[in-house]
Design a protein around this ligand. Structure first.
Ligand code: ADP
Ligand code: MG
Length: 602
């Protein structure tokens, strides 16, 4: 007996419709995109019961004439492409003529529309496949209402989430599209209440302020392409080092102004924040990618939310680099020139830190022993530096461009001293900086251990350290001892229940290593289930951060003037210098205007 039966057309249609419109938020997206395609500058959205009861989108776009309005709800009715060849270069949101037909298959539509300059409008209604059109009086633009979404597809209706969840999804679509068009006015009414009102704005950062408040916006920095590759450019805004969230809901990617979801892009963005914000926290960002439409395929899924790039690695690299550069630039403004270029290479040492030697590329500081008068050009005095400040723009370029290079120019600063044996106080043009001595030193050492390990001197201990270690821990540790060796710690099992350390990086000379070893045992167990590469990277990073923490000066350590100077100049040379490896900020600016406001001088 034959088993195959043809589905009735309207049933097949409903199933296909479910791929385009899975939930109310998808319908809202399609309708808003239609409004933008129609050149609207003002879009108002109304929803009730998370969009399940009612969705209404009103725009001031070019509207439709009677004929177009009559057929726009039919399948494959589109004004945007004429043949499949147009697909490669499509710039409008719509192109399949599928959205309205799909929505009509699963909801009840009433559409009012009037073409710009026309005297008469059209009302179209659609209910269970019956479409009727009549002339009607209405404003220019389009006003489309959908009620009872999925009333005829119980299986789909069952999958809809609570009102709050559907509303949140809708809110996210409205946020995304309003970020793509700061120059448009968007409003969202939820169950009769105005929940978002976003009049036109000159910049995306102003839009962030409307959507998430001024506190978020204050942390946002504009992002621009740092280099052009394959004609791909980036723009948008990302949050700075002093901001993070526990979820990814405020990360948006736009590709040719279309909101897309692509976890590779998100990963590249988050990687840019490595060691800047704590692991497992997320920034706020909107990155807009402009790319030749021939280099992407948005046609892989009916919802058009996914995008496939011809050169995905290039796009990801561009994002990563732009994020790093933007963060770096942000810091140059925040902890700006928190250190001077009065390079100190004095012969003192931090606790556990070796004295540094002056070399050709490390000018001798004012604190160092008298230099050779033949070759020595004295560094400019503080007064001289103040008297001839370097043009701001030059400084900015120098800062933005440098990550590890030794800076050549200086902005004047005055080290006021140490506060509470924990913070360094620095006066600069912008105001008063507080640098956390432990966080700053931790970052310096972390970077030193991370990038210039060959420069890290190790020291043979005169009396090898013996560390008790139980049999179980020893068994866990033994296969991973090379990890310590790579970090300059020569450690071997000694008897059945001890470890012997014969040499360590000089910075760790006095650090309590027993505790560090216990921590490593813990990490090895904790990360044993991840793949090998992730395991090695994670444990390496943690070990490095912990070594830095152990070797760094502590809160409560009294520092001499020279030690503070050296800390500052080292910090200045340091990549990622605005936070410690655990994500705490290294410095904080109290701007002059802020201070003056407190004293009511302003
Ligand atoms: P697509 O956007 O893929 O063309 P849709 O089903 O979304 O398909 O829309 C069908 C057609 O209806 C569009 O091509 C457009 O001509 C017209 N249309 C839809 N919404 C609007 C609107 N808000 N303003 C003007 N025209 C619209
Ligand atoms: Mg469309």
């Amino acid at each position: 007996m034959p088993k195959i039966k043809r589905l009735p057309t309207h049933e097949a249609h409903k199933i296909a419709a479910g791929q385009v419109v899975e939930r109310p938020a998808n319908a809202i997206k399609e309708l808003m995109e239609n409004s933008i395609d129609a050149g609207a500058s003002r879009i108002t959205i109304y929803i009730e019961d998370g969009g399940k009861q009612l969705i209404r989108v009103v725009d001031n776009g070019h509207g439709m004439d009677y004929e177009d309005a009559q057929i726009c709800l039919e399948k494959h009715a589109t004004s945007k492409i004429r043949s499949i060849n147009d697909l490669a270069t499509i710039t409008s949101y719509g192109f399949r003529g599928e959205a309205l037909a799909s929505i009509a298959a699963v909801g009840i539509i009433t559409l009012l529309t009037k073409e710009t300059g026309s005297t008469e409008g059209t009302r179209v209604t659609s209910h269970e496949g019956n479409i009727t059109a009549e002339t009607a009086a209405c404003p220019e633009g389009t006003d489309i209402t959908i009620t009872d979404l999925f009333h005829n597809v119980p299986a789909r209706a069952k999958f809809l989430k609570k009102r709050e969840t559907e509303t949140r999804n809708i809110l996210q679509i409205v946020q995304a599209i309003s970020l793509a068009y700061p120059e448009h006015h968007f409003q969202l009414f939820v169950d009769g209440n105005l929940s978002l009102n976003c009049p036109a704005q000159p910049t995306i950062i102003n839009r962030f302020s409307q959507l998430w408040g001024t506190q978020t916006a204050q942390h946002m920095m504009p992002l621009e392409t740092t280099e052009l590759k394959k004609g791909i450019s980036l723009s948008g805004a990302i949050s700075n080092h002093a901001w993070f969230r526990y979820d990814r809901r405020t990360i948006f990617f736009l590709v040719n102004n279309r909101w897309v979801t692509n976890h590779h892009l998100a990963r590249a963005l988050v990687k840019g924040y490595d060691n800047v914000i704590p692991h497992g926290r997320y920034p706020t960002a909107c990155i807009s990618i402009t790319i030749d439409p021939e280099q992407i395929d948005i046609n892989t899924h009916p919802k058009k939310e996914e995008v496939v790039f011809e050169h995905p690695r290039i796009v990801e690299q561009l994002i990563y680099k732009a994020v790093r550069t933007t963060l770096e630039r942000g810091v140059s403004q925040q902890i700006k020139r928190e250190v001077s270029f009065v390079e100190s290479t004095s012969s003192y040492a931090y606790p556990g830190l070796p004295a540094r030697q002056a070399t050709a590329d490390r000018p001798v500081s004012a604190f160092a022993p008298p230099p050779d008068p033949q070759t020595y050009t004295p560094p400019p005095s503080m007064e001289q530096q103040i008297a001839s400040p370097i043009p701001r723009q030059e400084q900015q370029t120098a800062i933005a461009a440098q990550t590890t290079a030794i800076p050549k120019e200086a902005e004047p600063y005055t080290l006021i001293g140490q506060f509470n044996k924990t913070y360094l106080l620095i006066e600069q043009e912008e105001g008063l900086y507080l640098i956390d001595q432990h966080a700053a030193h931790e970052r310096i050492l972390y970077e030193l251990f991370a990038h210039r390990f060959e420069d890290v001197p190790t020291i043979q201990l005169m009396f090898p350290q013996l560390i008790p270690c139980n049999k179980d821990d020893l068994a866990i540790l033994e296969p991973h001892l090379p990890l310590f060796h790579e970090h300059g710690i020569a450690i071997e099992p000694f008897g059945k229940d001890q470890l012997m350390i014969q040499s360590t990086p000089v910075h760790l000379k006095n650090a309590p290593l027993a505790e560090l070893i216990k921590q490593v045992v813990g990490w090895i167990q904790e990360y044993s289930s991840v793949d090998k590469e992730t395991f090695i990277k994670t444990v390496h990073d943690k070990l490095r951060a912990q070594m830095a923490c152990k070797a760094a000066v502590k809160a409560g350590d009294k520092l001499s003037n020279e030690q503070m100077q050296e800390l500052l100049s080292d910090l200045y040379e340091c990549p990622n210098r605005f936070s410690c490896p655990h994500g705490r900020p290294t410095g904080w600016l109290f701007s002059l205007p802020e201070i003056e406001r407190k004293f009511r001088r302003r």
